[in-house]
Design a protein around this ligand. Structure first.
Ligand SMILES: [Zn+2]
Length: 64
C-alpha cells in the first residue's frame, strides 16, 4: 500500500516505543484536545488505540 504524504500531515507517535504513529492528525497546528494515557495508569480513559509497532494499548482521554 502506497501512502501519500499530504502537506503538514502530523502524527502523534506512540509514547511507549516512540515509533508507532498512533494518531494521524490533520494539518491544524492547534493543540490536541485530548491526552494519551499509558497502560497501567489510574487515569480515566475514554478510548483505546493499539500501537502497530509495540502492540501496546494506549488510552485516550479528553483534556480537561
Ligand atoms: Zn508503540
Amino acid at each position: 500500500m502506497k501512502r501519500q504524504t499530504i502537506t503538514k500531515q502530523r502524527y502523534v507517535v506512540c509514547p511507549i516505543c516512540k515509533k508507532g504513529k498512533i494518531i494521524m492528525q490533520d494539518g491544524s497546528d492547534e493543540d490536541m484536545p485530548f491526552r494519551l494515557v499509558l497502560p497501567g495508569s489510574k487515569r480515566k480513559v475514554h478510548w483505546y488505540i493499539k500501537c502497530e509497532v509495540c502492540k501496546n494499548q494506549i488510552g485516550i482521554t479528553v483534556k480537561e
